[in-house]
Design a protein around this ligand. Structure first.
Ligand code: ZN
Length: 161
């Protein structure tokens, strides 16, 4: 995995997902990855399941005839990485453009800690769960500026993808 792929994986999932992917230079069992990282196997399994849902890893399941338990041998699918990265960046770019359009139309409101579309704020009764503030209109020029910057950053990444 190159640095670019690592950065995108970290941004879209987490640093731990990158760490687990890197442990899969060779096919490994989840317990072995957990032991190597010094974390619980359940944590590694959750991460592997995430990666699996994105198509980035696959596994072979074998039954231990003595215990009747299944073991999973995980392999990374490096060939799927490029598609995943492009998919993530395109989705992110689309979501940001949508948000920007709403912000420009004055359809984004804020509680002070979170910006939401009027529709989404309506769904929560215009009350923020986090800060308990009320969503209200605001000068969105700063939000628009930030969205423009974020879109530019994603576009730049897409050129490399
Ligand atoms: Zn809030």
């Amino acid at each position: 995995m190159n640095k670019f792929a690592k950065d995108i994986l970290k941004e879209s999932m987490s640093k731990d997902h990158v760490t687990v992917m890197e442990k899969l230079e060779e096919p490994k069992h989840d317990e072995d990855i957990a032991e190597a990282l010094g974390v619980k196997a359940t944590i590694v399994r959750t991460i592997l399941n995430d990666l699996h849902s994105k198509g980035l890893v696959k596994y072979e399941r074998t039954k231990n005839e003595k215990t009747g338990w299944y073991t999973y041998l995980w392999k990374k699918r490096e060939e799927k990485l490029a598609d995943y990265i492009r998919g993530y960046l395109n989705e992110r770019s689309e979501a940001l453009r949508h948000e920007l359009a709403l912000a420009k139309d004055g359809m984004i409101i804020t509680c002070g800690c979170t910006n939401l579309s009027v529709d989404d704020a309506q769904d929560v009764g215009f009350l923020c769960e986090k800060c308990e503030g009320t969503f209200r209109e605001f000068d969105s020029s700063e939000a628009i500026k930030k969205l423009d910057e974020e879109i530019a950053r994603i576009e730049k990444l897409l050129k490399k993808a």
